[in-house]
Write a protein that binds this ligand. Structure first.
Ligand code: NAD
Length: 508
């Protein structure tokens, strides 16, 4: 860290001075107080900004512009103006731009990781992993861009010929959360640009700066002005969201976030019948059958449950362990969790960072206390860690979980593993499927017949069999039920940003 010495134009009251800024190899990647519209760094017309805080210390680290409806409309207009020219670029031309953007992300991965840790709090090693994962979507979709094919269809009517074209849907509104400040955005922008769309992305209020570093790299990669626009808001979030979802210019909204906000955005989008992709909350079942390799299952649980301190949408939320191996699994799992080092994301050796803010701590604490009240036993952790900072919570394991506990039905989004005991395959599949959401599900077994049965029976969009890590740009990511619809990544990701146009040639 270095103390922030502010240029004179940035005179602020002492109480609003940034606490620290990360020491970047390329300091020009750090953009504060601005958004990116039509190829330019702009402020909100009102001049208003909102504060961003370090999750580790709770201290102020910077400010971002508080956009309102009119500011957002300008970004939409810029994307609309850029669309006619961008859509007619060849797939190969768009591919080269995305590839250049990817190369710049790889070159600047260390700085991007530092920015992610700075505003999100995750340990630097995890942030580096995210920077690489985020860049991989540009690489993947740079390869998809030149390979967009339609169909030639034998017509049913004599003398007719039918073909289809894949066309870009148009201006897209993208809204993403703070838990992956880089990857959630690139997973949307990559396919959108590959398809020939232009975008207005609203960055998360908690983590606006990583998105701006990506915009700076887009600029350097030669992405034409207006093709990528990044807007920000905190207090005005709903106002900005309403403009994006009700604008007749915006043809598609892709949203990653909570199920509640997803439902609101879907309602708002109905007035203009937009194409939608929603990646919403999960409540992933993680099932360990008694024929599983326990070491593999424990490693899977550690990765799936505690990555980003449990703040991932695909993280194991309900861990079901078959009765014969329940005690042994709990003991081995706890022994591994004891090895974690919790602390600030920049501290050497730290494996797990803070939660994003005090509301997250309140929810996690409430889930633990609720479980205890209903008979659960905390065998590891279970408490806040004020000695480290305001938003730290001990990695926690609770045994004796029952289905009436809040953790069973709600997404905890924190470092709490609740272990449920089960007897039969039929019982655990029924309980796993009782959730209203269905994003990811995991199970561990060496029985090939069970593996096929359970993979097919789980009501989720993604299944991890004998693994706790499933994210891959080559694989379609998305949910069922109230976890939403649409897929990101893979060959399916690009189709979310396309329309299929059918042409019938008559009189042949
Ligand atoms: P959130 O729904 O509160 O916010 C997500 C984004 O939506 C943020 O940028 C926020 O500013 C914006 N937003 C909130 N209200 C809005 C409105 N009225 N109009 C427009 N935008 C609005 O979610 P969160 O708490 O920030 O993120 C955590 C949630 O995201 C969890 O439920 C998690 O499971 C989910 N998530 C899902 C995936 C997935 O791929 N399915 C990935 C990551 C996170």
């Amino acid at each position: 860290f270095q103390r922030f010495s502010l240029p004179s134009i940035y005179i602020r009251p002492a109480s609003t001075m940034p606490h620290s800024v990360p020491k970047l190899n390329d300091p020009s990647l750090l953009k504060t107080d601005v958004a990116y519209v039509n190829g330019e760094w702009v402020k909100a017309k009102s001049g208003k900004t909102f504060e961003v805080h370090d999750p580790s210390s709770g201290k102020l680290i910077g400010a971002a512009p508080e956009f309102d409806a009119a500011d957002t409309q300008k970004a939409i207009d810029a994307a609309a103006a850029a669309f006619p020219s961008f859509r007619t670029k060849t797939g190969r031309e768009r591919s080269k731009m995305l590839r250049k953007w990817y190369d710049l992300m790889v070159e600047n991965a260390e700085d991007i990781a530092k920015l992610i840790t700075w505003e999100n709090g995750k340990p630097l090693a995890d942030a580096k992993g995210e920077a690489a994962y985020a860049a991989s979507f540009f690489e993947w979709f740079s390869e998809e861009a030149p390979r967009v094919y339609g169909d030639t269809i034998p017509a049913s009517v004599a003398g007719n010929r039918v073909v289809t074209l894949k066309e870009p849907v148009g201006v897209c509104g993208l809204i993403t959360p703070w838990n992956f400040p880089a990857a959630m955005i690139t997973r949307k922008i990559g396919p959108a640009l590959a398809a020939g769309c232009t975008v207005v992305a609203k960055s998360p209020g908690e983590t606006p700066f990583t998105a701006l570093a990506l915009a700076e790299l887009a600029h350097r990669a030669g992405i034409p002005k207006g093709v990528v626009n990044i807007v920000s808001a905190l207090k005005n979030t709903a106002e900005v969201g309403e403009v994006i979802t009700t604008s007749p210019i915006v043809k598609k909204v892709s949203f990653t976030g909570s199920t509640g906000v997803g439902k609101l955005l879907m309602k708002q989008s109905s007035s203009t019948l937009k194409k939608l992709s929603f990646e919403l909350g999960g409540n992933a079942p993680f099932i360990v059958f008694d024929d599983a390799d326990l070491d593999v299952a424990v490693a899977g649980a550690i990765a799936s449950k505690f990555r980003s301190s449990g703040q991932t949408c695909v993280c194991a939320n309900r861990i079901f362990v078959q009765s014969k191996i329940y005690d042994e699994f709990a003991q081995r799992f706890a022994a591994k969790v004891k090895e974690f080092k919790v602390g600030g994301g920049y501290t050497e050796g730290v494996t797990h960072g803070p939660l994003i803010h005090d509301r997250a701590i309140t929810k996690v604490d409430a889930h633990v206390r609720d479980a205890e009240k209903k008979g659960g036993k905390v065998i590891q952790g279970g408490q806040k860690m004020p000695e480290l900072g305001p938003n730290f919570f001990q990695p926690t394991i609770i045994t004796g979980m029952t289905t009436d506990m809040a953790l069973a039905s709600e997404e905890t989004f924190g470092p709490v593993a609740g272990l449920f005991k089960f007897e039969t395959e039929e019982e655990v599949v029924r309980i796993a499927n009782s959730a209203e959401v269905g994003l990811a599900g995991y199970f561990f077994s060496k029985d090939i017949h069970r593996v096929q049965r359970v993979a097919e029976a789980l009501e989720v969009g993604m299944v991890g069999v004998n693994t706790g890590l499933i994210s891959d740009p080559a694989a379609p990511f998305g949910g069922v039920k109230e976890s939403g619809f649409g897929r990101e990544g893979s060959k399916h990701g690009i189709s979310e940003y396309q329309v299929t146009k059918m042409i019938t040639y008559g009189g042949m």
